[in-house]
Design a protein around this ligand. Structure first.
Ligand SMILES: N[C@@H](CCC(=O)N[C@@H](CS)C(=O)NCC(=O)O)C(=O)O
Length: 217
């Protein structure tokens, strides 16, 4: 029987992992729809017309709607499940503030760095890699300092801001090139708290697709 939620995703997509994690932690009735990103599926006009004109994963199908942009989807699911959402106007702004920071800088640079370091072809020039690594590290510094005296990013409990920022940090060090436990202790402790949430699973255990060996850095 068809599930209530369908998530268009593939295993290497941390942006999709944010949504998969939310669905798993909320105990949703969901299934994945495998998108063959590496075969160019999201770049075809047919896929863009039928699924997402932006050519991006994740896309969530629910109740006849197709939603894209992980932040929008997380917000929708928080309202739907009444879980991981903001309470009150101040928290709403705080959650939004971190969602935007995550999309632009924390996820933005980490995802780009992991991609060009481990999977992209042709191999990037070393100066390009160094640029993205430095930008990612700058964002990590901001978050590590923020988490020095709090358990979660935007409230006194886990919210969709945490789930968004969890998108890429759980991929293996051999892919990301970062080992937070040795460089960013507050992020590492926050990761321990996130991975203790009921329903938490690793990205490769939540989404379909072959694992690809990362290029040796
Ligand atoms: N801001 C978007 C980013 C989505 C995104 O970049 N997804 C990647 C996969 S992780 C993608 O589909 N990229 C396709 C492309 O850039 O051509 C979100 O949070 O959903």
């Amino acid at each position: 029987m068809s599930k209530e939620f369908k998530l268009h995703c593939f295993a290497q997509s941390g942006n999709a992992y944010k949504v998969a994690l939310m669905l798993s932690c909320a105990g949703a009735d969901w299934e994945s729809v495998f998108v063959d990103y590496f075969a160019g599926m999201t770049r075809t006009p047919e896929w863009r017309q039928a699924v997402n004109e932006m050519g991006e994963i994740p896309v969530l199908e629910h109740a006849g709607n197709k939603l894209s942009q992980s932040g929008v989807i997380l917000n929708y699911l928080a309202d739907h499940f009444e879980q991981f959402g903001a309470r009150g106007e101040n928290e709403k702004r705080e959650v939004l503030r971190w969602l935007l920071f995550d999309n632009h800088k924390f996820t933005g640079y980490l995802a780009a760095y992991r991609w060009i370091r481990s999977f992209a072809s042709p191999q990037p020039h070393s100066e390009v890699l160094a640029f993205f690594r430095a930008r990612a590290e700058a964002a990590f510094g901001v978050v590590d300092r923020h988490l020095a005296d709090r358990a979660y990013v935007a409230a006194d409990r886990p919210t969709i801001a945490d789930l968004s920022m969890a998108g890429y940090v759980f991929y293996p060090t051999e892919e990301t090139g970062f080992d937070f436990a040795s460089t960013h202790p507050n992020i590492a402790r926050w990761m321990d708290r996130i991975s203790a949430l009921p329903g938490w699973k690793q990205p490769y255990d939540l989404m379909p697709g072959q694992r690809i060996a990362p290029r040796q850095a």
